[in-house]
Design a protein around this ligand. Sequence first.
Ligand SMILES: NC(=O)c1ccc[n+]([C@@H]2O[C@H](COP(=O)([O-])OP(=O)(O)OC[C@H]3O[C@@H](n4cnc5c(N)ncnc54)[C@H](OP(=O)(O)O)[C@@H]3O)[C@@H](O)[C@H]2O)c1
Length: 329
Amino acid sequence: MINVAIVGAKSYTGEELIKILYKHPNVKIVSLSGRMQGTTKHICEIYPYLKGKVDILCEDINEKKIAEQSDLIFTALPHKVSMEMVTKFYNFGKKVIDLSADFRLKDAEIYEKWYESKHISPELLKKAVYGLPELYRKKIKKATIIANPGCYPTTIILGCYPVLKEKIVNKKSIIIDSKSGISGAGREFVKTYHSPNTYAYKIGGIHRHIPEIEQELKCLITFTPHVIPQERGMLSTIYFKLKKSISENEIIQIYKKYYENEPFVRIVESAQTKDVENTNYCNIAINIDKRTNNLVITSAIDNLVKGASGQAVQNMNIMSGFDEEEGLI
Ligand SMILES: NC(=O)c1ccc[n+]([C@@H]2O[C@H](COP(=O)([O-])OP(=O)(O)OC[C@H]3O[C@@H](n4cnc5c(N)ncnc54)[C@H](OP(=O)(O)O)[C@@H]3O)[C@@H](O)[C@H]2O)c1
């Protein structure tokens, strides 16, 4: 049994962490905190459905007290804010799983360019492990800081990895079109989102998830994200130029082989957000456009689960020697 703290309990991803962790047989939630302006609230006042299930106060963030109470800390906060907290928890000798982007990029200069702010702990970037279990399980086991991946990068990296590894596509002409439910942009955005709408944003190579994807896949992408009128769920459609003649079935077999032992990746005929909603699965579908000889991969997750809190718990399970699927199926 480990004692865990969730910092940023009022956030979307903080709420999702509570929902997963209060049922986890090897975990005791000992601390919930957030921006409480000097007040405390029972967590059931914030999330009434937790009444009778989680009996704990949500308090202002006190790093020393949180570190004293817990073995492992989840930070579910905006970038920049997270950086300071993670550094303090690390200095207190604690394991941290950070859901923000602050420790995902290995190069502080690239972080500073894309996030327009100086990194206060560049030395910790080398220590942080990118928390995508399908690629880094061995490193995650020994990690002290986990940089939990972004939601778009999770769909895209899992969708691209096998064909890039096998070198059967041109890695400099990948086009990605992703759609996200509105929760992908955080609670503040949802509060001000008045009418259902679909639109592309950050067009032209300016979305902050681009350097993270290119760092992990060592490729060049044209990436256009979209917001769609549903609360949660994310689907990426990825177009590749094939370098050689290969059948759809051969590529399906490659993906099945790469992910055969992965508990949360499934190769499917059609990747749809409804099939992964409230789950930690990533569903991937493979098709070839025979007219143009382009490969089209579609990859679906729940942005708040495999794209954030579920993946964070998967990482916690690996770091703590628990069954990787514990609390997640
Ligand atoms: N949403 C997703 O699908 C998703 C997926 C992957 C990763 N992430 C990442 O996970 C982190 C949390 O995202 P989210 O969407 O869950 O956030 P969110 O719902 O927008 O909530 C952000 C939380 O941060 C708190 N906060 C803001 N400034 C603060 C400060 N200076 N000190 C302390 N607390 C502060 C806010 O407090 P108040 O309640 O007082 O406003 C709020 O509770 C972000 O880094 C995000 O990029 C999100």
